[in-house]
Design a protein around this ligand. Structure first.
Ligand SMILES: Cc1cc2nc3c(=O)[nH]c(=O)nc-3n(C[C@H](O)[C@H](O)[C@H](O)COP(=O)(O)O)c2cc1C
Length: 173
């Protein structure tokens, strides 16, 4: 089975979850940023799992990424990694395929809203990748009213991601 886990990640939380999901999926799976996941890299994928951080209740936009860049919002004021495209852009350019799909996002647990993962799954489906699981959220620490000033994964989330990857592998058969 060819499985690819694609991520957008400004401060590494979504990337860390993506790597853990790939580990759970098994030796053939790779975690790739939206820059690395070129059409060639994902060609003939049996499973695409894609994830992004929740920004203002949804997928990151140019505006929210700019806000992240200028607002010193990272842990300790660390600058965000904006070197890879937005998940929105990557999804818009995704060629039609025939594999299966799953999606996830990272977010502050206390925040409400549907987040980014359901939107990702809808786009993967539109590109021909049929969902194999429900959209999944993984959680970072942070103040509910200031979700952007902190940003480390909550305890146990890496393990939860690994287990979900293994679950997806089983569902693929
Ligand atoms: C501009 C901005 C807006 C955010 N909006 C939300 C939000 O609406 N809901 C939420 O739960 N978290 C929100 N967050 C927190 C991020 O989802 C969280 O820090 C995420 O895990 C960061 O992932 P990354 O390290 O992969 O970039 C926001 C973060 C930023 C920078």
């Amino acid at each position: 089975m060819k499985a690819v886990v694609v991520y957008e990640s400004l401060w590494g939380n979504t990337a860390a979850i993506a790597r853990a999901i790939a580990e759970g999926l098994g030796p053939g799976a790779r975690a790739l940023s939206t820059a690395e996941a070129t059409s060639e890299a994902i060609a003939d994928a049996d499973l695409i799992v894609a994830g992004a951080p929740v920004h203002t209740l949804s997928l990151p936009t140019d505006k929210s990424r700019e806000w992240a860049r200028t607002g010193n919002l990272g842990p300790g004021g660390a600058p965000p990694d904006l070197s890879h495209p937005k998940m929105r852009t990557w999804l818009a350019g995704l060629p039609q395929g025939r594999g299966r799909s799953a999606s996830f996002d990272t977010r502050v647990k206390a925040w409400y809203g549907r987040g980014a993962a359901p939107k990702i799954l809808k786009e993967l489906k539109r590109a021909g990748y049929r969902p194999i699981a429900r959209a999944r959220g993984f959680f970072v620490s942070g103040h509910p009213l200031k979700p952007t000033t902190d940003g480390t994964l909550r305890e146990g989330e890496i393990e939860r991601a690994r287990l979900w990857g293994a679950e997806l592998a089983r569902a693929m058969g």
